[in-house]
Ligand binder design. Sequence first.
Ligand SMILES: [Zn+2]
Length: 356
Amino acid sequence: MNFFNTRKYFAPIFIFMLLLFVTSCARNKQENISSNESSSRQSSSSASASDEMASVTGIVMDATMNKIMINADGEEYFFGTEGATVIALDGILIDDQATVYYSAAEPKNALKIDVIKNGKNHHSDYQVYEVKGTAPSIQGAKWDNMVSQRKESTNFAQKYRDLVYVNLNPNEKAVFLTFDDGPDATNTLSVMNTLIKKKVGATFFFTGENIKNNSAVVKKVHENGFAIGLHGYDHTSLGVLKDNEVKAQLNNTNDLLEKITGERTNLMRPPYGDINDSTIEIIGQLKQKIYLWSLDTLDWAQSDKEEILRNIKENLRPGDIILMHASYGKSFSAEILPEVIDYIKTQGYELKALPK
Ligand SMILES: [Zn+2]
């Protein structure tokens, strides 16, 4: 990876300038610390603080805008928005909130770089897409309902910037295939094998019930490096449930997933895309990210392979999250997938899993 490719990482220029400022402040601060013998700076590193600080050459956000990278001494340090990992660069310390400290022992000297704080602000530049995709069978009142639900999705993504996503960064030429409702015994594996053959990333949103009944498939999907997210326990619309029932839908599914894969997930897609302010709040409390979609192939409403492909061809945009299904009865989705992927590749897009 070209770490400072400004065409790809145009956004971090501002951050880089901030870092220069931080580094300069830290050097000044270090001179004070050095002259103070009672300094209680915490450091397990044997290198001198000033050496370390001088070696910090940059801080950038990665292309998903979800990770922050520090380049120090030729090493690239990555840390994301989850967890409490603290990376001390001796003298400069940066925590998982992207708060930059001059010294670990003196957090009161923290200089916050709010623009990259835990994804809360950096996302605000994104254009939130209108949701695309049509099916000949969806007309009249059905179409009107779908349009209003799509508008709601876009509104929620605009309102809850760090929590609800319809699409990802429009400035990166990547798209995100997602497959709902599995795992089943055949189509999920067929989809997975196509993805492996085509060497592309993707995300599966599984229900708890199906995880329980097809644990071997879950294991294979996980072992092959695909992202797995929650799609409720029994595909009930979360909007009709009480708060504790919503929590149970997600926690029970995550428990099952952890038993099989050894990992919990923070990726979540509500069944039917049905969310409201109250369910969003609960899901947020559970530290889940809600991924809706910006391009619906409508493979849930139609089984015509050409229509599925047409939706991709007519609507594909950078950053699109694409809705498909890899579940019982969806053999046509699995069958058209090679063509879908080939088309997307010929348009110059990367296909990736959703960021955790
Ligand atoms: Zn579903």
